[in-house]
Design a protein around this ligand. Structure first.
Ligand SMILES: Nc1nc2c(ncn2[C@@H]2O[C@H](COP(=O)(O)OP(=O)(O)O)[C@@H](O)[C@H]2O)c(=O)[nH]1
Ligand SMILES: [Mg+2]
Length: 423
């Protein structure tokens, strides 16, 4: 232990203040009156007897309608190193956020109150964070070496969900939902600033944002015995999870082209409807002109707002004029190919014509997208100054075990990735 940390620890001890723990283990609870006391005493015994670093257990209850809050407070009053927090608003993510933000520990962790994960996994979970090797550590029931006892329904749902995450969000971790995770507190604070979900999707959002920020996520295969007593309402949670995936998808790397494509598809449908309704009165040229003018305007407005995130009146007229130019350029690019085809081939078959039209349509759309991105909304495209996620230096904390007082708790040595802002 360095001299300054020892002095600080001694000074705090002299003032009667407990030194900050190395690891804060949060137990989120919701209607856990039946099992909380047994789980907490088991965890407390394990930490007291076998855990070599300074620790605290924080019970965070919210939304319970049973006796959980009272039990939590009683246990906190009785057992050293246990605290209880009771929040008014529900949501597991909200509970974790509150406990992690309020914690003065170097590492914040959580585990499900049913202790489905074998506690021998706790030390290997936090060790890579304490040593500075990694930023986030998660238990995994899907990593090689995990030993899992759970029913086929839960197994299938879990595997399907994680496959969706891999396909849609290109995640590299295997198990987003295991209730056994730890994060360096400084990293957690920075990630929490961007996390929107306060419910079950919180875990996934935390991991996706950590991955996008280039942080190192280490996965620990766990021993897991499923507790069939669950607060998860499967259909409601699955729907919320899918909405969360959609939200992260549109704010991710491919979010901007995706939003552009969706707006493009909608404005094409609008064009067809307007054209078909006006054609009998205005004829093909008139109907085409009006339909194009209206949808081009709508398309520019929607892309301005949703694809490029520009709001307010500033530059609105210029954006629409330039949007019309981009529309014309896209149209010209797509028509040019068809014109060229008829110049080169006397009477092309309908299939060839359709393929060329499709290719030209795609080319025209790409031209329009590039004009939007690099010309019309270019000022908003400038890359923001890089924000570095650099974990705060972790001072050595007081350890209950003198034998382990020499193990340094240190910051990650390697440079961390930059936060990638939404493109
Ligand atoms: N604080 C808090 N904890 C919750 C909430 N919902 C669930 N939990 C806790 O989250 C953990 C996992 O819940 P559980 O029902 O076992 O989920 P399962 O193992 O996926 O079926 C348990 O400790 C629950 O008490 C909530 O709204 N607030
Ligand atoms: Mg459970």
């Amino acid at each position: 232990m360095s001299a300054s940390v020892r002095e600080a620890t001694e000074a705090m001890a002299a003032m009667g203040a407990a030194p900050a723990p190395v690891v804060d283990v949060v137990l989120p609870t919701h209607n856990e009156a039946a099992g909380l006391e047994r789980s907490l005493r088991r965890l407390h015994r394990y930490l007291t007897d076998r855990f070599p670093f300074g620790w605290r257990i924080t019970i965070v209850d919210n939304g319970s309608s049973d006796a959980t809050p009272g039990i939590a407070r009683r246990l906190a009053a009785e057992l050293p190193g246990v605290e209880a927090r009771v929040l008014a608003e529900p949501g597991r993510g909200r509970a974790l956020r509150a406990a992690w933000l309020a914690s003065d520990a170097e590492i914040v962790a959580y585990m499900d109150c049913d202790l489905s994960t074998d506690l021998d996994g706790l030390l290997p979970l936090v060790a890579p964070l304490i040593s500075g090797h990694s930023d986030v550590a998660i238990g995994s029931r899907l990593a090689p070496g995990a030993r899992v006892r759970r029913g086929p329904k839960r197994e299938i749902i879990s595997r399907c969900y994680n496959a969706i995450l891999r396909l849609a969000l290109r995640t590299t971790f295997r198990d987003a939902q295991c209730g056994f995770k730890a994060v360096r507190a400084s990293t957690a604070r920075r990630l929490l600033a961007d996390i929107e979900d306060d419910g079950w999707f919180f875990d996934t959002e935390l991991l996706v944002r950590a991955q996008r920020a280039g942080l190192r996520i280490v996965e620990l295969p766990v021993d897991w015995v499923d507790d069939p007593d669950s607060r998860v309402r499967i259909l409601r949670t699955a729907w919320a999870d899918l909405r969360g995936v959609g939200r992260l998808l549109v704010t991710g790397r491919f979010g901007r082209p995706l939003r552009f494509a969706v707006i493009g598809a909608l404005s094409t449908i609008a064009y067809l409807l307007i054209y078909l309704s006006l054609q009998p009165d205005l004829g093909p040229w008139g109907a085409n002109f009006v339909a194009l003018a209206l949808t081009a305007g709508g398309n520019t407005a929607a892309n301005r707002r949703y694809t490029f995130g520009v709001t307010g009146r500033e530059g609105q007229v210029r954006h629409h004029l330039q949007g019309a130019v981009a529309f014309a350029a896209g149209l010209a690019a797509s028509s040019a190919g068809l014109g060229l085809l008829h110049l080169v081939v006397d009477s092309p078959t309908a299939v060839v014509e359709a393929f060329v039209a499709l290719g030209c349509g795609i080319a025209g759309t790409v031209v329009r997208y590039l004009l939007f991105r690099n010309w019309i909304f270019a000022p908003h495209q400038e890359p923001p100054p890089p924000v570095r996620l650099r974990p705060a230096s972790l001072p050595q904390s007081a350890s209950p075990s003198p034998a382990l007082a020499t193990i340094p708790v240190r910051a990650a040595a390697r440079p961390l990735g930059q936060v990638r802002r939404d493109p």
